[in-house]
Design a protein around this ligand. Structure first.
Ligand code: G3P
Length: 213
């Protein structure tokens, strides 16, 4: 499973890459707004830190606007992946960009049929938002399982990118059902290291070592 970090905060990315676990980065307009910086500046800086796919989202809602934004974003670095909303315009643009060999991440996916549309039009990634489904009493992980089954039935190469990941249990379950990638906030990746028995065990080993000197 690949690990992407879901953030617009360059300092978090600089810290996370030290672990050697980060394969790529995802951003969205809310995360960029939180950084207080321009998207192009943030994305450029990220591309200097991480050598892997970096998703940058378009703001336009019409085909021409999305295409114009995509062409500007793609100029920033070869690793840029164009993030498109799962709308009629977004899915049309996905096909046009895929045909040109430009990588895409179709976002705001909440149903298996939406994921099917993205795969048919050659999306590189589909982003099912599992946490937001859980928030409204649905089962986010069931969506990942359904998409996995559909993609495997037809041999689609679109990668399932588990998004809106809120905690370690989401990561474990997404890995169990075969998501290709999990994109996680910094604090969720940090949680993956934690187990109280690791801390207790290490403390005991160090104390025993000290007492034996
Ligand atoms: O970047 C898309 C997704 O990961 C957003 O997550 O926590 O805002 O639902 P969240």
């Amino acid at each position: 499973m690949e690990f992407f970090i879901d953030t617009g905060d360059v300092n978090e990315i600089k810290e996370a890459v030290k672990w050697g676990l980060i394969d790529g980065v995802t951003t969205n307009p809310s995360l960029i707004a939180k950084s207080g910086r321009k998207q192009a500046d943030v994305i450029k800086e990220i591309s200097e830190i991480v050598d892997g796919p970096i998703s940058a989202e378009v703001i336009s809602t019409d085909v021409d606007g999305m295409l114009a934004e995509a062409s500007e974003l793609a100029k920033i670095h070869d690793n840029i992946v164009i993030k498109l909303p799962l709308t009629e315009a977004g899915i049309s643009v996905c096909k046009k960009l895929s045909d040109k060999g430009i990588k895409t991440n179709v976002t705001l996916c909440f149903s298996p049929n939406q994921a099917l549309l993205a795969a048919k039009n050659g999306a590189t990634y589909i982003s099912p938002f599992i946490g937001r489904l859980d928030d409204i009493g649905h089962d986010g992980m069931a969506l990942i399982e359904e998409i996995r089954a559909i993609y495997d039935n037809y041999g689609f190469s679109t990668q399932i990118l588990a998004a809106s990941v809120r905690h370690g249990t989401h990561v474990r379950d997404a890995a169990m059902v075969g998501a290709d990638v999990a994109t996680m906030p910094y604090k969720v990746i940090q949680q993956l290291f934690k187990h109280p028995l690791t801390d207790i065990g290490l403390e005991k080993f160090l104390a025993d070592h000290k007492n034996s000197q």
